[in-house]
Design a protein around this ligand. Structure first.
Ligand code: N7H
Length: 491
């Protein structure tokens, strides 16, 4: 182990990590490694001819990118960047990665009879049924979630095709569509693209994304200081740390549940809200006050710097330093939200010391998710800015992996983000309120939260509009390559 990682572990208060061996040739590449991508198309389909589909799946499996291949791809990208002369923007390496995942409906069609033993009620019901009662999505006149029609029918599986350019991805898609031919019916496809130029790593509200993901023991060899690394079983079924490992079917091992959410973001409306609700404090311009309000809603500045470390002004150097930008725990602020609101998006979705330092301590290991989303839709136009109204759909194709949807994604959304009393502190006079970014209040729509004004954290802020609007999604399972061959494609 190098000195840097030793001191990183020391800072994080961790013991040196043991390395149980994970079979990286067996785990699909997006789960632990993340398919490298500037663009990704997700193809949602129904299986219309099971026997033909299984035969074609056999031929498709060699196209599936494994974790070992993703590691090689990432090394090739790094080497390529190093070879690019200083001052020049590197030309992107042509690259494409393919993964596949199945919903419960798809498993039923393939004749997988022991899928109940996966023991995940959210996966079993599908996201359409889960959305209104558990995730807080609004219901439309047809009593179904107010979603894009494509997601109101059944989806059996999704193929992810990620790459460096639209050309590489569309060429691979042609090959895949031709391969499966009439064995599938395409329900819809969604294209995501990283944003252009300087905002390429930022999501549409403008915040740096992809900063904090769990380090996985046995995979991430040098975890930076930050939240506790997790055992592989919190992401992969059947591995150490999966509490259901003993009762899950053998074919589930090294697979992972994939949550897909089609989330629209009302960016001009979000910006307009911040403009009209700046934090007012001596020495703060209205623009700075709006930035501060936004940072307190998210828990990080747009640069990525955490407000728990730098509460009143941005610090881009801190934001860019992976050894510091995740090294905080909301410690010393139990019962207090002067540095970071309880309801801020990152405190709601990973409440660090709020639970880990409780008496008795509550582990967060089974609540961790590996996020893999990508943006969709165009940049905000001048006319949208002028009208403060969205005219073009844009947002996040949210994706995350975990070994239990019920314990992780569903729990985070339902019991934390949408739960106004979370986190629970007896001494705090104010109710935390909704996560202002992803909290969903069902058809009521109106949400309140406290803590966004640092001078008076008990003051409540009312949001009459939800800035993130769910319009579809599904729950999938991403099997290992071995079980794709032996179980999913078995005739
Ligand atoms: Fe969130 N945002 O721009 O405000 N998210 N998220 N998320 N999110 C995070 O650490 C965002 C969504 C988590 O470890 C950051 O990468 C937006 C859902 C978790 O400290 C930012 C949407 C769920 C973390 C955003 C959205 C989560 C996290 C900080 C929807 C799960 C890590 C940068 C359009 C139910 C927490 C970073 C930690 C971070 C935003 C969705 C969960 C900026 C816009 C649906 C676990």
């Amino acid at each position: 182990m190098d000195t840097l990682s030793q001191s990183a572990l020391h800072l994080a208060g961790q013991q040196p990590l043991t390395t149980p061996s994970l079979d990286l040739n067996n785990i699909q590449g997006d789960v632990l490694g993340g398919l490298p991508k500037k663009t990704q198309t997700s193809l949602f389909f129904q299986i219309t001819n099971t026997a033909l589909f299984k035969a074609q799946l056999k031929l498709f499996i060699p196209l599936v990118k494994t974790t070992a291949q993703v590691i090689a791809d990432r090394k090739a990208i790094d080497d390529h960047k190093k070879k690019t002369p200083q001052g020049q923007i590197p030309i992107l390496l042509p690259m494409v990665g393919v993964n596949i995942a199945f919903s419960r409906f798809g498993m039923d069609k393939l004749g997988i009879t022991d899928a109940d033993a996966l023991d995940d009620s959210a996966f079993k019901s599908g996201q359409l049924k889960d959305a209104a009662p558990n995730l807080g999505d609004k219901v439309g006149a047809d009593s179904l979630p107010d979603w894009d029609p494509a997601f109101k029918g059944k989806i059996d599986a999704v193929i992810l095709v990620a790459g460096d350019s639209h050309l590489t991805v569309s060429t691979k898609l042609l090959e895949i569509r031709a391969l499966f031919g009439l064995s599938i019916h395409e329900v819809t496809h969604l294209q995501g693209d990283v944003r252009p130029g300087a905002v390429s790593a930022h999501e549409h509200f403008g915040f740096l994304d992809g900063v904090s993901n769990p380090s996985v023991i046995g995979f991430d060899k040098n975890p930076p200081p930050g939240p506790k690394p997790v055992r592989a079983g919190s992401i992969l079924a059947g591995e150490d740390g999966d509490s259901r490992a003993a009762t899950r079917p053998g074919w589930a091992k090294d697979g992972s549940f994939l949550v897909f959410r089609y989330l629209f973001q009302l960016v001009p409306e979000f910006d307009d809200f911040l403009k009209k609700h700046p934090i007012i404090a001596p020495g703060l311009s209205p623009e700075d006050g709006s930035e501060l309000r936004g940072a307190r809603m998210v828990g990080r500045w747009k640069s990525g710097a955490p407000i728990d470390i730098t509460p009143l002004q941005d610090d881009p150097e801190l934001a860019a330093d992976p050894l510091r930008n995740n090294d905080f725990r909301f410690q010393g602020e139990r019962d207090d939200q002067s540095r970071c609101p309880f309801a801020s998006h990152i405190r709601k979705t990973l409440p660090r010391a709020d639970l880990e330092d409780a008496d008795p301590p509550i582990s967060l290991e089974n609540r961790r998710i590996l996020r893999r989303g990508i943006q969709f839709g165009p940049e905000v136009t001048q006319s949208e800015k002028d009208e403060a109204k969205t005219q073009h759909g844009r947002g996040l194709l949210f994706m995350c992996y975990q070994s239990s949807i019920v314990d992780a994604f569903q729990f985070i959304q339902q019991s934390w983000a949408n739960n106004v009393d979370f986190p629970p502190f007896e001494q705090t006079p104010a109710t935390p309120g909704f996560d202002p970014i992803i909290g969903q209040a069902g058809n009521a729509g109106i949400r309140t939260l406290s803590g966004t004004d640092p001078a008076d954290p008990n003051t409540e802020l009312t949001l009459t509009e939800e800035f993130v609007v769910p319009r579809g999604g599904e729950y999938f399972f991403t099997p290992s390559v071995k079980s794709l061959n032996e179980t999913f494609a078995r005739l």
